[in-house]
Design a protein around this ligand. Sequence first.
Ligand SMILES: Cc1cc2nc3c(=O)[nH]c(=O)nc-3n(C[C@H](O)[C@H](O)[C@H](O)COP(=O)(O)OP(=O)(O)OC[C@H]3O[C@@H](n4cnc5c(N)ncnc54)[C@H](O)[C@@H]3O)c2cc1C
Length: 178
Amino acid sequence: MMHISKRPVVSCICPSISMHLRLTCCMIVPWAAQSWLEPSCIFAPGNAKHLSFAVKHIASLGSQFAMRGGGHMPITSSHSINSTGVLISSTNLDTLALSADKKTLSIGSGRRWSDAFEFLEGTGRSVVGARSTHVGVPGMLLGGGISFYSYEYGLGSTNGNVQAYEVLCIRWICLRKD
Ligand SMILES: Cc1cc2nc3c(=O)[nH]c(=O)nc-3n(C[C@H](O)[C@H](O)[C@H](O)COP(=O)(O)OP(=O)(O)OC[C@H]3O[C@@H](n4cnc5c(N)ncnc54)[C@H](O)[C@@H]3O)c2cc1C
């Protein structure tokens, strides 16, 4: 289950500090050098309400934004934006919890697959996560998701491997798609 943290942390990092510091302090450095664009501002919401608020207001101003998970998509502008817009970083959306029956992992869109594998070590459980563990959880699942386990269990996002997504709508409505 992909889940958004309830943690009330929010960061807004503006251009007064260097781009390298801004990107590294959010741990969201893109994998490919061509994606190192310099946004006007980086916004890192701490929960669904912050994210909904930001998207609503950015849209109402007619501004552009880019959404970043793990930053592994090697296409310029897929998760990056230049000074014309705001970069929304998932870094604070860091939920990680195993259900009591150990059948469902709730994971925030700011997590990488390495977080999930390390968290599950010793539980006797695993997830149909990426083969390269530094890949972000949201982008991999949005793209289907090829795993070492795919030969047996299908893609990361098929075969019932994702139980539910938490989906944000611009009008403050949180939908959970089961
Ligand atoms: C070295 C390397 C190894 C890889 N290994 C694998 C592998 O083993 N298996 C596999 O399936 N793929 C693999 N990939 C491909 C990878 O899964 C995709 O590039 C994926 O998009 C990266 O996910 P991310 O979260 O890091 O995405 P990002 O680059 O942050 O984002 C990718 C896209 O998803 C969007 N997005 C991110 N978060 C959200 C969100 N919360 N809501 C809406 N949209 C969002 C972004 O806007 C962007 O368009 C690999 C890529 C690299 C570079």
